[in-house]
Write a protein that binds this ligand. Structure first.
Ligand code: PLP
Length: 273
């Protein structure tokens, strides 16, 4: 695989960043994961806008988005594949121990790997840890993902594939790598950004294209939901068939199936919506 690192293309075996990279030492970095269909990145403009917002939130220098676009194009060109997972990582860069982060140049890595479509249905568990909707990192796609790693490991211990967080007010928030939608009395809802969830790009498109309501929901809405689905770049719309061991009546139910169909049609028609 050919990788972009700070302005040049490298073979993946020779692309190297310093052991003093602030992204590695303290998780001072931001990232994006995009899907690329036959070399075309889906929703690239939205991903770049979110990358810039996350960088701003962390106090990193603004990324040069033209350079990031060029890097994505070069990596996609060098690694043709039918369905790819494009990862943009942008960190604080070299910060030798004891030095001031401001003095360093950021690190930009763009890499691509093959991927496959996720299954249409999945299972989830809730975890006892909370998302801090008032925390410094709320809503930022930072590389400090250890909390998600821990929660996902808990889900796997329970034989599930995603873990769902409530926030500190015991409101439904999001998954470790997904946003969550629930159907209550036939109506489709998703937690608002104020819940502390990531401004998921798939979430935004589903809200736009289906008219789903952004509603503050108690965490126990999961217990009474008629349908639940997750959204993310690599899942699109994925029905949840069981949460905390409770089987949902149908998965995908009618509202989920409709949302999945709308998403598939609209996203196939517009690669950068
Ligand atoms: N929430 C979290 C914590 C995520 O990491 C992700 C994506 O990886 C999402 C939500 C979904 O966002 P998107 O639809 O932009 O992939």
């Amino acid at each position: 695989m050919t990788i972009w690192l700070n302005g040049s293309l490298y073979d993946e075996d020779s692309a190297r960043v310093s052991v003093f990279d602030h992204g590695l030492t303290v998780g001072d970095g931001v990232f994006e994961t995009l899907k690329a269909v036959h070399g075309s990145p889906f929703a690239l403009t939205r991903h770049l806008t979110r990358l810039a917002a996350s960088a701003r939130g962390l106090g990193l220098p603004a990324p040069d988005l033209d350079e990031v676009r060029r890097a994505c194009a070069a990596v996609l060109d060098a690694n043709p594949m039918p369905l790819g997972r494009l990862r943009i990582t942008y960190t604080g860069g070299l910060a030798p121990l004891g030095s001031d982060r401001e003095a360093t140049d950021p690190t930009l890595v763009v890499a691509l790997g093959p991927t496959t479509r996720r299954p249409d249905t999945t299972t989830a568990v809730t975890v006892p840890w909370t998302r801090n909707e008032r925390g410094a990192l709320a809503g930022l796609k930072s590389t400090s993902y250890a909390e998600n790693v821990v929660a996902l490991a808990r889900a796997r211990e329970h034989g599930a594939t995603e873990a769902l967080f409530a926030n500190t007010a015991d409101e439904l928030c999001e998954g470790t790598g997904s946003n969550v939608f629930v159907v209550l009395d036939g109506e489709l809802h998703t937690p608002p950004l104020a819940s502390g969830c990531l401004a998921g790009i798939t979430r935004a498109l589903v809200v736009e294209w289906t008219g789903a309501h952004e509603t503050t929901l108690p965490a126990d809405a999961l217990d009474r939901a008629e349908e639940i689905f997750l959204t993310s770049t690599l899942r699109d719309v994925q029905a949840v068939r069981a949460v905390d061991g409770r089987q949902l009546p149908t998965a995908p139910g009618p509202v989920t199936a409709k949302a999945a169909r709308i998403f598939e049609e609209r996203s196939a028609a517009d690669i950068d919506p």
